[in-house]
Design a protein around this ligand. Sequence first.
Ligand code: G4P
Length: 306
Amino acid sequence: MQYQWYPGHMSKAKRQIQDELKLVDVIIELVDARIPYSSKNPDIEKFAGNKPRVLLLNKADLADEARTKEYKTYYEKKGYFVLTVNSKAGSGVKNVLNVVKEACKEKRERDLKRGIIGRPLRAMIVGIPNVGKSTFINSFAGKSVTLVGNKPGVTKGKQWIRLNKELELLDTPGILWPKFEDQQVGLRIAWIGSINEDILDIRELAMTLLSYLYEEYPGVVNAKYGIEECADGFEALERVARKRGCLKKGGEADIERASGIIMDDYRAGKIGRITLERVEKEEPDTNAKDRVEKTEDSVATATEEM
Ligand code: G4P
């Protein structure tokens, strides 16, 4: 299964983000705590320059707590201000403002020296689709949200949200890197449900997820579906189908339906709090650079007509 998903609006969003970065003091990047590395957009790292970056490990309620802690430490070491949040329930969200202020401390001090007082900090919110940006903004801004119209020198239609007198947010459309050079990254994004289902083989997704779970979280599949571990992925799906009464006419196991159930269960956290990658398997910095370069190549060859 090849994951190559690059609708034209992604390319447009990327250019837009590059332009808009000039307007903000800080970048707030959301990633999915179940795949912090794979849901992180390498372009942002490249565009950010010296801007402070706040990284939110969102959907932490669905992720493995121990691994989330490891990722927090890992990204802190890389210079990010990191917070663990559950935007849906609102937990961790109220700490974000303080962390953003801390991240912008130097900038605020510079402003003060130049006599600039009371100017709100401007933050850009970025993240791949479905990572929870809208949910986060709603939770973060709450009732206090005010949409700020067009600003002088800013292209028409920018979505500025005034959180309070200290902070304004610039919302950006979801972006995803143009090509999943690393097929594992594509697979994990598909597992969490952030790739259009129509272009995927749900059976393969479920089979590969089961084999990951057997390896990394022994016992959880058994506990959820009451089936013995089974090395043959297809056989495992068949067992889940029979257990769940997913049968076609004539009693044949409905593999597709069983696959859908497994994927829905995983995505809703019903199999447990499970993280789909490990911090110690992160690539060293050299590979991160390589990944960015590959992305650039892909962008150069991508067309907007897709
Ligand atoms: P986006 O703007 O980045 O595209 O993402 P959006 O906020 O639309 O969120 C995508 C889905 O993720 C939504 O679920 C949302 O409720 C869920 N979500 C966001 N943050 C969290 C979180 O911290 N924890 C959990 N468990 N879920 C979160 P949905 O099924 O599409 O919508 P709904 O049924 O919740 O309304």
